[in-house]
Design a protein around this ligand. Structure first.
Ligand code: GDG
Length: 487
């Protein structure tokens, strides 16, 4: 993609639920530990290189996010490093409980991941959602200047673009939705006033971004059905403005993962994994969540062991589950079901020489995770629903040796881009079992051919292209507005 020529004049303000660094209070001072997540590095690229930078490189990126520290703890402290100036939003614990745990994680998350039976509809949640979005708005209002561009992130802040637009109609506003936007039959389960507020909120942006074309279509249909605003292709015509809804498939730092293959620590971890496991290695890593399809994956693996006994004692499945929300009963139950299923499979099929599943409930250091990515024959990624899924892209990018097979759920946003993977239905255990067998038997040159195609696609559309693409669309839309004003 061609780099955007016209520089944005003002500063960039990111608004996300989380700040770009963890703040640790130490006696009189604070220490800032910058996150290494995708969004942080993507956003940094917008100001990194003066030649190609999209925003004013003399200004820090302004970042508005929820503070886990109290107002008193942060009083008088500078919350800036060389790249970011943080603006903490303080949300009282009870409000945050209803807003973040309640509306966001007990309602929007299950609905958008097609688990309506887990969704809790509670008026208190929606009131808290409005109140919390208002707190983020007040922080933005304190710092925004003419010419600034605001980029609002994700389902925790769907009302915010509308709030900003109302008070600051001339600033450019972007919005990006990181989880699946659901089909209309699911979206319409939301109470009428809530769904209107959500759509009007998102439409406050100039450009609303989603991972896939399907999500864009679902969003546009919801806008038509709920608000009655028609669209021409990706453009929604409001009385005084045009909003563009488009797909921007988030990606990763391809070079970082590709280069990791040669890192001595990664190479050492790779050798250790290979030496300690059987001849064929499968891995998976995900947060503990019902959307990730962990139980279905285990059932698929069990079916593989039942159907193809010739692979017994020759395969190790390394399954890492990263602890998440395990103080909530539903997650505890899920964890016990996973523990029991792993135990049963190991007991039924294993012997003193062979443990079919090596299961860890912890997060892994980066180098160890890369050792596992690069040592494995198969990445088994089976979410029952996932906005994008970055692990599969990281696996592919890390395979500088051009070997390995990706088995990927058709329900992950990434499946739209990675058609050379073995695409499976995560609810179909036989489909998973057959895909594992096929992966194990796949000739090396076929693995390389598939890997090359996927690697090239991720290389060409990495996370830096993703951000650049988004802001190119913002600029193009502004030019389109100019043209329409002159007609
Ligand atoms: C949302 C959407 C969408 C995981 N375990 C460890 C570890 N990780 C890192 C991975 C990867 C990231 O966490 C997880 O990425 P996902 O894409 O699965 O994302 P979510 O956090 O669920 O977030 C998702 C994403 O937003 C982006 O828009 O793709 O669909 O749900 O980067 O590497 N990293 C380390 N140890 C671990 O144990 N070091």
């Amino acid at each position: 993609m061609e780099k955007i020529k016209q520089k944005e004049s003002g500063r960039l303000i990111i608004v996300a639920y989380r700040l770009p660094f963890k703040i640790v209070r130490e006696q009189d001072a604070v220490q800032l530990f910058q996150n290494s997540g995708g969004l942080v590095s993507a956003v940094l690229s917008l100001v990194a290189d003066k030649e190609s930078a999209v925003f004013d490189t003399t200004e820090k990126i302004q970042w508005v996010g929820f503070s886990e520290n109290s107002r008193e703890e942060l009083k008088g402290q500078s919350l800036a490093n060389e790249s970011f100036q943080a603006h903490p939003v303080f949300i009282a614990p009870e409000l945050n409980e209803h807003y973040y745990e309640g509306f966001c994680n007990n309602l929007i998350w299950p609905l958008c991941h097609y688990f309506p039976s887990l969704a809790r509809f509670d008026d208190v949640y929606f009131e808290a959602y409005q109140a919390a979005n208002q707190l983020f708005f007040e922080k933005v209002a304190e710092i925004i200047q003419p010419g600034d561009t605001v980029w609002v992130q994700d389902y925790q802040l769907m009302l915010l673009p509308g709030m900003i637009r109302e008070q600051f109609p001339d600033n450019k506003i972007g919005f990006f939705f990181h989880i699946p936007f659901p089909s209309f039959e699911i979206f319409r389960l939301l109470p009428v006033t809530w769904r209107k507020a959500i759509l009007n909120g998102i439409l406050g942006a100039d450009v609303a971004g989603f991972h896939t074309n399907d999500y864009v279509e679902y969003f546009l249909k919801a806008v038509r059905m709920v608000l009655g605003h028609g669209n021409k292709l990706h453009y929604v015509n409001l009385s005084n403005r045009i909003v563009k809804a488009d797909s921007f498939p988030i990606s990763i730092d391809y070079n970082k993962f590709n280069n990791a293959f040669d890192d001595p620590e990664v190479a050492e971890a790779r050798s250790e994994v290979r030496a300690s496991l059987k001849e064929k290695i499968i891995f998976s890593v995900d947060r503990l969540d019902y959307s990730k399809g962990i139980i279905h994956r285990l059932r698929g693996y069990q079916r593989f062991l039942e159907t193809y006994p010739e692979w017994h004692e020759k395969v190790s499945f390394m399954m890492v589950v990263v602890p998440s929300r395990d103080t909530i009963e539903q997650y505890q139950q899920m964890k016990s079901e996973i523990d029991q299923t792993v135990g049963r499979i190991n007991a039924d099929f294993g012997n003193i020489y062979w443990q079919p599943i090596i299961y860890q409930y912890r997060s892994m250091p980066y180098n160890e995770m890369l050792g596992m990515y690069t040592a494995s024959d198969v990445a088994l990624i089976t979410p029952v629903r996932d906005g994008m899924n970055l692990v599969c892209k990281e696996f592919v990018a890390s395979r500088k040796d051009r070997k390995g097979v990706l088995i990927l759920s058709e329900m992950a946003g990434a499946a739209a881009e990675l058609g050379e993977a073995l695409i499976i239905n995560p609810l179909d255990r036989q489909d998973i079992a057959d895909a594992i067998k096929r992966a194990f038997e796949m000739p090396g040159d076929e693995q390389t051919k598939r890997m090359d195609a996927m690697r090239e696609r991720i290389r060409a559309y990495d996370v830096f292209t993703w951000t650049n693409d988004f802001f190119t669309q913002m600029t193009m839309l502004e030019q389109e507005h100019e043209r329409l004003r002159q007609v």
